[in-house]
Write a protein that binds this ligand. Structure first.
Ligand code: CDP
Length: 780
């Protein structure tokens, strides 16, 4: 089925936050810090206030008077909305101007005088815990260092014992550089506070509208039923639009102060400098194995750079997200990891950029380590993986860090990728090329993700359980409206969720309207990120539709004057759309279609006692487990030894996300994720100088991959249904972003093997690759 939403997107009829124009609307702009670390001595706003078109200038002091200068982050830290004492990263929000138009608001920023006393900045996470490092968060009582948390998982003793007796051990330090989700639509908000009704309406491109509403209620003390969050069309979220940004709060305060609606839209540089970054993990991994290539244990230490405020969006119990899956797809005896989070003078974040809470970092680590081990043992990396991948009869499999992988047939998927790639032929071609001095590389990655957060008993965000609601109403003419709490940012939920309802009710998916992104119109739920929509809201949709179908059975029984137990559900696949009906067992001609039942349910038909009229239902789905999609990727690169330029020649991706609801959309998700991964592996890093100046605040410096850098993707699929999802579906939105960077890096390192190179950090730009070839290992 084609995407329903494309009709409006390709005709320019999408409705984004910046399209919202309200009568009397004012415009806000943010003054940002030029320093990475500085004390604020004074702020003089008088000249800006005197600007004829300025209606309000808001500073940290104004907000402090309202108890809003600081707001909670999604990781139980606090973040300055507008700085009061110090600025802690370049680009931090210092003042907010509200004016009659956007240009005047920006002009007036230049009239604000801020007197700063610059302080030493902590830019390198590896220096953050040094005795002589300045303490960034002196706002937090009793804080004497930049350490945020220490966290560990796995069994240290058992792991150490295996390492002590291992025949072979390898270790490798690596960095997953700081990168940015860089959605095409930047962040922004329109806030409209109605003083008469006391109702606040906020339009913003949030991936989690209900969570935002609850947080606004808790932080601002506004009654939750008087807050409406509307998340219209979103031009890409990728995890960067989960949290609440200071600009949103400023727009709300601006509207309360002026009594008029206020719009704030950030520009590209603001987005790259100040909204949430991703990754920034300094990892050190070790593997213990036997000489014949049986992997026994993995041991990991991570230094996690969280920036100036711990704004990471992840379940409360897990400060390193789902990093637990660093044990990968392999049959290990033991594993242990330690993660230390630190503050630095950089923008806050650590968002799950197209991944399920640090799964990306974990998969990159383990897949690089496997290649380092293969080099050490002189084994083919595909062969090493095949020897160690979990076998189908091991599922459900409990990993050494305690996570239960629901289902998998890894070897089949791996073999399919090798077949599509023509693996043996590629290795033969590589040998020929190497003999001629040409650099060709073949890189493999096999990943397992943990998506669909999550079971209430295991996870919450700021105390909010991660279950999702769904409501379904079938109108008298058999057309349906589904209301869900998740929020599409381009993933096509309006299509796939309509397909789920159509499938369950036996009506055409075109007859189902999906409503999302408006807290007044939809049931509570935690939103869309970490590929959780299909595993959680998709399951809720299937279940609510089944409830309606059961209600329809009772109505059909009344219509056919029989017992509901005598009815069978029938689908006539040959009918136009999907024709579902309840039919009398043994007499299939006596049946009622969903459309006939819907009309009867709203009619004067006498229904038995206890059977409610109308056809609707609500549900809340609390997933019993995460889903564990997986895949095998093979990347082929050619590296120019003279320039270090990497060309991705081929990329084979075999994904298993269980049952696919819409294969075309799934492939689109994979294409996008693969491109993302190529971007991260070859082009992207949020770089800073030693004073904390941001060096990549435009798309001239922070590069996005285009079709020019991407090969024609070669996809394959295996289907291993999730045993606990009502449709057998697993999430897929982020699989390719997770799985592709290690495949590309492994390919480049493989190409460079003739130089004796075992590892090179991302991004593998021509300059960086060239330096590695010259024997000058660099650090990003
Ligand atoms: O949470 P998010 O929507 O980002 O990720 P997802 O649940 O993996 O879904 C991405 C898109 O792919 C949605 O439109 C899904 O319904 C669709 N999908 C599918 O058709 N079949 C699957 N097994 C998984 C996702």
């Amino acid at each position: 089925m084609h995407r329903k939403e494309d009709a409006r997107f390709i005709r320019g009829r999408g409705n984004y936050v910046d399209d919202v124009r309200l009568p009397g609307m004012l415009h806000g702009a943010i003054l940002r810090s030029p320093h990475a670390h500085a004390r604020i001595l004074s702020i003089d706003t008088s000249a800006a206030e005197a600007h004829p078109k300025v209606r309000a200038v808001i500073t940290g002091q104004t907000l402090a008077g309202l108890n809003l200068a600081w707001m909670p982050t999604l990781s139980n830290d606090v973040q300055a909305v507008l700085a009061t004492d110090k600025v802690r990263f370049q680009g931090q929000e210092v003042a907010f101007v509200v004016a009659e138009d956007a240009y005047s608001a920006r002009d007036a920023l230049e009239l604000i005088e801020v007197d700063y006393e610059p302080l030493d900045a902590v830019v390198d996470a590896r220096r953050a815990l040094d005795e002589d490092s300045p303490v960034i968060r002196d706002d937090l009582e009793g804080r004497t260092s930049n350490r945020i948390f220490d966290w560990e998982a796995g069994d240290r003793e058992r792991t150490d014992a295996i390492f002590a007796g291992a025949e072979v051990t390898i270790n490798q330090d690596m960095i997953y550089p700081r990168v940015h989700p860089a959605p095409l639509e930047t962040c922004g908000a329109v806030a409209d506070f109605d003083k008469v009704t006391g109702k606040l309406t906020v339009w913003c491109p949030t991936q989690a509208p209900h969570a935002h509403r609850t947080l606004y209620a808790l932080v601002a003390g506004l009654p939750e039923h008087k807050i409406r969050v509307i998340s219209p069309d979103i031009g890409g979220g990728f995890g960067g639009k989960v949290g609440i940004y200071p600009g949103y709060v400023c727009a709300i305060v601006g509207s309360i102060v002026t009594g008029r609606p206020v719009k704030w839209m950030e520009d590209r540089s603001e987005n790259l400098m100040a909204t949430a970054f991703a990754r920034d993990y300094h990892m050190s991994g070790e593997v213990a194995a036997t000489r014949d290539g049986v992997i026994q244990a993995i041991r990991v230490k991570v230094l996690a750079d969280h920036g100036a405020f711990n704004g990471t969006a992840q379940p409360t119990k897990f400060p390193a997200g789902f990093f637990h899956v660093f044990t990968g797809s392999y049959d290990l005896q033991a594993a242990h990891c330690e993660v230390t989070g630190v503050y630095t003078n950089k923008a806050p974040g650590g968002v799950a950029y197209a991944c399920s809470f640090r799964v990306t970092e974990a998969v990159y680590l383990v897949e690089r380590l496997i290649d380092v081990l293969a080099a050490e043992l002189g084994l083919d990396p595909a062969e090493l993986r095949l020897r160690n991948l979990l076998k189908p009869d091991q599922f459900p499999y409990t990993s050494p860090t305690g996570w239960e992988y629901d289902s998998g047939d890894y070897i089949k998927t791996m073999r399919m990728a090798m077949d599509i790639a023509g693996y043996d032929k590629l290795r033969a071609e590589q040998a020929d090329k190497r003999a001629r001095g040409e650099l060709m590389g073949i890189g493999i990655s096999f990943f397992t993700e943990a998506v669909g957060a999550g079971p209430r008993k295991h996870m919450d965000i700021l105390g909010l359980g991660m279950a999702d609601g769904a409501e379904l109403r079938v109108h008298p003419t058999g057309k349906a409206v589904l209301r869900v709490s998740c929020q599409s940012q381009g993933q096509g939920h309006e299509t796939t969720f309509a397909q789920i309802v159509g499938h369950e009710l036996g009506i055409p998916a075109d007859d189902v309207e999906v409503v999302h992104g408006d807290t007044d119109q939809t049931p509570f739920g935690l939103g869309t990120y970490g590929s959780r929509s299909t595993p959680v809201s998709g399951a809720a949709t299937a279940i609510v539709a089944r409830k309606v179908r059961e209600r329809a059975r009772l109505v059909a029984a009344a219509m056919l004057e029989c017992s509901p137990d005598d009815l069978d559900w029938q689908i006539d696949e040959s009918a136009e759309g999907r024709a579902g009906s309840w039919a009398v067992r043994g007499d299939p001609a006596s049946r009622k279609s969903m459309q006939e039942i819907a009309l009867a349910a709203h009619s004067a038909l006498e229904l038995p006692d206890g059977v409610e009229g109308h056809l609707d239902a609500v549900t809340v789905y609390n997933p019993p487990n995460l889903t564990y999609p997986f895949g095998a990727y093979i990347c082929v690169v050619d590296v120019d030894p003279g320039t270090g330029q990497v060309k991705v020649r081929r990329f084979v991706a075999v994904d298993d996300c269980g049952v696919r609801i819409n294969p075309m959309i799934v492939e689109g998700q994979i294409h996008g994720g693969l491109a993302d991964g190529v971007g991260m592996a070859l082009m992207q890093v949020m770089a800073f100088d030693e004073e904390g100046n941001h060096l990549g605040a435009s798309f001239m410096d922070y590069l996005l991959p285009t079709s020019m850098e991407c090969p024609s993707w070669e996809l394959g699929e295996t289907v291993t249904p999730s045993p606990h999802h009502p449709l057998g579906a697993k999430g897929v939105g982020e699989s390719a972003t997770v799985g592709s960077p290690p495949a590309v890096v492994n390919a480049v390192v493989d190409a460079l093997a003739p130089y004796g190179i075992r590892h090179a950090d991302m991004p593998l730009t021509p300059a960086n690759v060239w330096r590695v070839i010259q024997g000058d290992p660099f650090r990003t």
